[in-house]
Write a protein of this length. Sequence first.
Length: 745
Amino acid sequence: MSALQDSGKAKGIKLAFDTEQCILNYMPAPASILKDTFGYDAFRPLQREVIENVLAGRDTLAIMPTGGGKSLCYQIPALLLDGLTVVVSPLIALMKDQVEQLRANGVPAVVLNSSLSPSDYQKNMDSVRDGSAKLLYVAPETLLTGRIFSLLSQTKLALLTIDEAHCISEWGHDFRPEYRQLVDVRQRYPDATCLALTATATPRVRADIKSSLKFSQSNEFVASFDRENLYVEVAPKRDGMGQIARFLEKRKEQSGIVYCFSRRQVDELAAYLELQGFSVRPYHAGLETAVRKANQEAFIRDDVQIIVATIAFGMGINKPNVRFVVHYDLPKSIEGYYQEIGRAGRDGLPAHCLLLYSYSDVAKLRYFINQKEGDERRVASRHLDAIVRYAEDETNCRRKPLLAYFGETYAAENCGNCDNCTADPAELTDITIPAQKFLSCVKRTGERFGAGHVTAVLRGSKNERVLRLGHDKLSTYGIGEELTQKQWMHLSRQLVQMGYLHQDGEYRTLSLTPKAIGALKDRAPIMGRLEAAETRPGKARARRIELDYDRALFAILRKKRKALADKAGVPPYVIFSDRTLVEMSAYFPQSSASLLKMSGVGQVKLRQYGEAFLGAIKAYCEEKGLQEKYKESRRGKSDANRRYMLVGEAYNAGESIQSLRERYQVKTGTILDHLARFVAAGNPLRNSDDLQSQTSLSPQQQKAAMQAFEELGTIYLRPVFEKLNGEISYDDLKIIRLIVLSRQE
Ligand code: ADP
Ligand code: ZN
């Protein structure tokens, strides 16, 4: 492997890391590690590409959204490469969490930072030095110390991973000067491959990362930022607190975050929700560190379900089962908003993102922005305009503007998973007449006023401003009493959205666009909505078909998980994710083999927790008279080349060679070939007695064949066949080879 890398590097040629190559060399392929160690069936988009690129020894920049699965991009290579993988991350809390999760899967990882006791520090240093640790997590400032440099000079550094790589760029929102010095670290270890990872990178930051680290163009991987499991919704804010309470009422068993604009707001809302009987804690920078930490920990460990927080909360939170993120106030920018909702549904299960929007929140933010000056004010104002446009859009798919921010064009017309795409089209009505009234009134008042004043004129208000300006004399004065103030405001937002009105960013004054002038002239019909409903029940149908699972069993398994987690002193998701429990509650696995098919169950977790969970599932099924359901492995569908995995898994699950032959309509030899590839890919074969019974060879013949394989190797059959004078058939040789291979385990 390292020869492969070196030659690739030296000659600068493209050397794809070949799964076949792995198998020939009997090295476990990335896909096997994915399943056996991490328990997952399929790679997420670009994971495989990034891993293969890294294994081929090429420096790589990978940009993936939060929850996209960046960690596996270095964790799998770390297990395959000869040498140490160093992971640089600025978030100490997150490192600890990652190390815990890795260890739960049996991956030897350690962290070095100042929070360790001297003896733990020493222990971790030793395990890096003697090569027993494959992964080392460090903060950049730690990495830059002489102590670590000298440690690394005593080991072979194979892969230098720079997490949160946007911190290297002064253009990023989170520049850290220590990150700049990582450039020198790279130069110290020219043979190490470098992998830079980030979830936030505008094109400028991206270019900056690559040029700082001296990467070449071809090694950039940008995943789609679309998080399809997130249901995105904007609703008008009416009685904010009541709305939140009703939203939470329907999500009693779920974890989630409610973001507020100010600390005071956080305290108020948290207190209110607590009074309503919700399991909730506040989080903001004004709380004492110890309190803040305790609240965060309680949330992570599922002791508390809801965190009400300012945006100070979330960085360094790895909790995969956040089922909702609510914005009680308007976020300051689309970028911030997307990052915040990105904390929902990291486990890939459906999650709900709700933003409560009111115009008074916009006014509040604008007030703060107006305290600023110059560039800062202009930038902040532009960001606010964009999020307001986003929030007021009631027709287009929400994903379009969100993804456009990352330079991505969302191609589908209808995502099926946002409020606008799932809204009932029947709700659209003919609004031609009120629209014309409104547009004419904008025209008559001189295109110098905002929606509030235009509405006042339409509704025949006698307020001071209307009278002073003489607008009570206009022909449009008082022609709109049939609609409420709120309905007119709503209509005006739609007209802006539909391109009939232009709204000035700062003063919010309205003017007619050519489209409006045309519409007034032609009396063209205009379709829209009158009065937005507060919630749109029944329409929020997620596109993804959620697994239909047994809620009662899920609750039992959750309790089991919590008890095991508390005993081990780790967050529950270190044991198993919600996704894993959902699958268990849907398929009712009854054996180790079936349990292994559940997403997130690898070999080590099977050994450690398999019995506990199987016990609970079996007891439940017995009581309710339920049967196990067969889970089709997803890998087979996506990749026909992986039939050997299907065959191997089925064999391990107890299916006989005879039955596999019939199922796949192939010869015995082909099934044996599949099994050999399966074993060669690093999978253990759990049933070698059955193999023995497949051959008609005498014990002496078996022994002779085994000796021949041991002598001549297991790759080619022909030399063995010849050595045994052609007396043993190829099929029999294949069986013996399998026995030899599975014993080498
Ligand atoms: P990121 O660092 O990009 O935000 P993580 O690496 O923390 O994302 O991954 C998010 C979650 O998704 C984790 O719980 C992780 O175990 C899970 N995950 C990653 N890759 C896969 C995969 N291929 N299949 C299933 N789950 C995955
Ligand atoms: Zn949509």
